[in-house]
Structures are given as C-alpha cells and as structure tokens.
Design a protein around this ligand. Structure first.
Ligand code: GLN
Length: 474
C-alpha cells in the first residue's frame, strides 16, 4: 500500500518503528499534490520547502515524540500559519502573510505534525460548495463533475484525494461536516469552546469552531486530542480537562440510547439518504443500541435564525478589512472613498450580501425585531436539544439531505443555504457533531451520517461513530 493511502495512526506507527522516514512521507504527499492538484485544486498554497526542512529535522530525532509525528496536514486558508499567505479565500487578503500561528497550528507543531499547505475555501467560509472562493473551484475527488462541498472544500478534497494525511477546517454552520459528507471522509465539529479560535479568521464568532477532517474516526479522535483544550488567548474556550478521545473508540455501544429527530421528516430528503439512515440505525441496533424518537420542535427555524445571527456577526467581524492595515488597498481622495473602493474590489458577492443582511439586522430600530429575536429562537433550539438529551445519549441524522451537487447547480443563494439544514442547528446550540461516510447513492456519491452529542461529550460521539464505521465491514 502507498504511504498516502495509510491512516494517520498507521503512518505514525511506521515512522516510530523506522519502517518509513518522515521525508519519504512528505515527498510522497508532495508527489500526489503535483500529480493530482492541477485537476482537483484543493490547495491555494503549498508549503513544500518548509515541510521538507521540518521532515529532515524530524528524521534526525531519536525520540520520535508526538501524537502526529511526521504527519503532513493541510490547513484551511482561514487559519493562520506563521510565514504563509492566509487569504480566507478572499481577494481582500491576497498577499497577507501571517505573522503568527493560530493556537491549533501551534498545537499541531508541538505534536510534530507538518503543515503541508493551505486549502481552498469559500470566501471567509461563507458557502457550501467552495464555489465562493475568489480564486478557483475545487473538485470533488470522488467525481470531479461535482462540488466537494464547503466551505472547507479544499480540506476535504485534500484528504479524499490523498494529497494530505489529514486536514483542519472550520465549521460555522456545517463547513466541516458537509464537505466531509460529500467527499466520503470523516469530519468533526467539536463543541463550541472545546478548541481555540485564536488565529482563525472570524466569521460568526459565537458559532465558529475548528475541527479535523480525516480518513476514519480513529484519526479524527487522534487529531481532536491534538487541538482540544483551554487557551488563555481565546476566552470562550472552556477550562475543562481534555479526555483522551481514542480511549472511547472500542468501548462498544450496548445499552446506548440514540435519538432520531422526528422533525427531519418535514424536509425533503433524497431517497437513498433516507434508506442509508435506516441502514445505519439498523446496524447500531444490532450492536445493542436503543433507538428512540425525539422532538426538536424549533428545527425548522434553525436556518432563518442562522441567517440573521451569522451575517450579523460577520458584518461586525469583517469591518476590520478596510485596506489600511493589511491586504488589498483601494484608492480614493478621502477615507470614505478609500474604504469603499477597497471593500467593493476586495469582497465577493456572497460576502457583500452577508454584510448587507447583517448590517441591516443590527441597525437601530431593527435590532430587536431581527437580531434579538433570532438570539431568542437560538436559545429555544438549544433548549430543545437539552430536553432531547434528557432521554438519549446522542442523536443520529443525515449530514445533508442530498449527496453532492454539480457546479453552478445552485444559482439561487437560498438553495445553497438549504444544504446546511441538518448541520446548522448544532452550531446554534454549540453541541458537537461528527459526519461519517456510510454508503453511496446510485451515482456512486458518498452519503454522510451525523452523530450528535451533548456539550463536551465528543468521546461519546467518537464511540458511537466508531461502532457505526466498524459495522460497515460486517
Ligand atoms: N454554508 C454555511 C454558510 O455559508 C456555513 C458555512 C460554515 O460553516 N462556515 O454560512
């Protein structure tokens, strides 16, 4: 088997046993990038020189310490990596070189992971197909006529195409889980506050979470071990101990109670996705899981709520891009014209749309009617989940209602927004959720199944999703 087909766990083991070298590993991935990325276009930039220098250094180390020793990882381009260009998929940040590492990147480096490149994404992580990148489209490695999902489409494609052993992305409303589902890999959105956002370019600060994209559940657990934890640079991180997530994997699921959300039936779901969900539930029941129907009565309000909360926070966060301190600089005879020119040229259509919606929702006279009301509904959605979790340990539902779609298929922004109906509610509530590949549709496109857990109970969802993943083989 080629190195690039191995899992993170397998590569680390082989490196530690000196069966393969770190440089050999990095070169294998760089070769795959060279061979495939002209077509797939997962990467915005490649960190080859630095990656090889780091690999040589690691090969010289006698003590091979670190949970991801020598693992080449791809990083979504809205996460700062020292000394590399960080654009967040936007023209407004073209040429911006990060002067520091995001906390997750620092942690990856501390565990001797190697950042191999920055991946394409929807501009400022706004989108569900990576078509909103200001630079180019990324293709789905499973079938290149289809989108890889988004906004972390480059990260998902890099793993699915074996151009990186694992990747990191951000999830504000589904941007890790939806592309993981579309590309047939595993993606975890951790609990809000489990992973530091320091160094992540902010979109919706009360929703954003960084998480891993990986080949299987075990790799996702290892990567979560690496990045989770309190960070004094992000005051929204929780000061709770980090469990060893890999310890949960093989515990079995006998007696676990799993909830199926009644209200998902109010949405149109592709037949093959519904059938696959039933099959997944069946596999879990065989292993001793009890299934119970639960209700999330406010589920149908999740999408409109999100499209007030997220753009409001985005409009505020994006006000810092004015051309004065970094990135693209427009021109103008006075400050106002200068700002306007910079932002008109620098931002793409979707980003402008969100800024307009958000600014409107926050403006005087409308704040109570829109933003405040949305915040209240958000609380009701979180309470629905709280209530469901009184009865069950975790929830199961599809990651998306359909499999991947073709480029330019969703012309109306509202249609694109619908891609996230089953992922957005978890961001509003702040709870953890994992997407794992389970079956394919009749076109051969992967189907993602989501397991959702209680606040800070990532271990529980790793345990259940691992059991589900194993059941695919049986
Ligand atoms: N697709 C959603 C949006 O465009 C979610 C994006 C994300 O999770 N970053 O807002």
């Amino acid at each position: 088997m080629e190195i690039t087909e191995l899992t993170v766990k397998e590569i680390v083991e082989k490196i530690k046993k000196k069966e393969i070298g770190v440089k050999e590993t990095v070169l294998a991935y760089l070769k795959n990038i060279e061979d495939k990325d002209n077509n797939i276009k997962a990467f915005l930039s490649i960190n080859n020189e630095e990656a090889l220098i780091k690999a040589e250094e690691l090969d010289k180390e006698n003590e091979k310490n670190g949970q991801i020793f020598g693992i080449p990882v791809a990083i979504k381009d809205n996460i700062n990596v020292y000394g590399t260009e960080t654009t967040a998929g936007s023209k407004i940040l073209k040429g911006y070189i990060s002067p520091y590492d995001a906390t997750v990147v620092k942690k990856i480096k501390e565990q001797n992971g190697i950042t191999i490149g920055k991946t394409n994404c929807d501009e400022f992580a706004m989108g569900s197909s990576t078509e909103n990148s200001a630079f180019f489209n990324t293709k789905n490695p499973v079938n290149t006529d289809y989108v890889p999902g988004g906004s972390s489409g480059g990260s998902a494609a890099s793993v699915a195409a074996n151009e990186a052993a694992a990747a990191f992305g951000s999830d504000t409303g589904g941007s890790i889980r939806e592309p993981a589902g579309f590309c047939g890999i595993v993606g975890l959105k951790p609990t809000y506050g489990r992973v530091s956002r320091y160094g992540l370019i902010a979109f919706g600060s009360s929703l954003d979470v960084i998480g891993p994209l990986a080949k299987n559940v075990e790799d996702a657990a290892i990567l979560t071990n690496v990045i989770a934890g309190f960070d004094h640079k992000d005051e929204t991180t929780a000061n709770l101990p980090v469990e060893n997530y890999t310890d949960f994997l093989k515990r079995g699921i006998k007696g676990k109670k799993l909830g199926v959300i009644k209200e998902i039936n109010d949405f149109k779901i592709q037949d093959e996705v519904s059938i696959t969900l039933k099959e997944a539930i069946n596999k879990l029941e065989i292993q001793g899981c009890e299934i119970e129907e639960v209700s999330i009565p406010h589920l149908k309000y999740a999408l409109p709520t999100y499209y007030l909360v997220a753009p409001s926070e985005a409009s505020s966060n994006l006000s810092r891009f004015d051309g004065v301190r970094y990135g693209l600089q427009g021109c103008g005879d006075n400050l106002r014209d200068f700002y306007e020119d910079t932002r008109t040229k620098g931002f793409g259509r979707e980003v402008k749309r969100r800024i307009l919606i958000g600014t409107f929702a926050l403006s005087e006279g409308y704040f109570d009617e829109y933003y405040l009301k949305a915040s209240k509904v958000r609380r009701l959605i979180a309470m629905d989940f709280e209530k469901a979790f009184e009865k069950v340990d975790a929830l199961i539902l599809p990651t998306t209602a359909t499999t991947a779609f073709k480029f330019n298929e969703k012309k109306n922004p509202l249609e694109m927004y619908m891609s996230d109906i089953f992922t957005i509610p978890m961001n509003l509530a702040g709870i953890p959720a994992i997407s794992i590949p389970f079956g394919k549709d009749n076109k051969g496109l992967p189907i993602g199944i989501q397991i959702v857990g209680k606040w800070f109970e990532e271990g529980e969802i790793f345990q259940i999703s691992y059991a589900l993943e194993q059941s695919k083989e049986s």
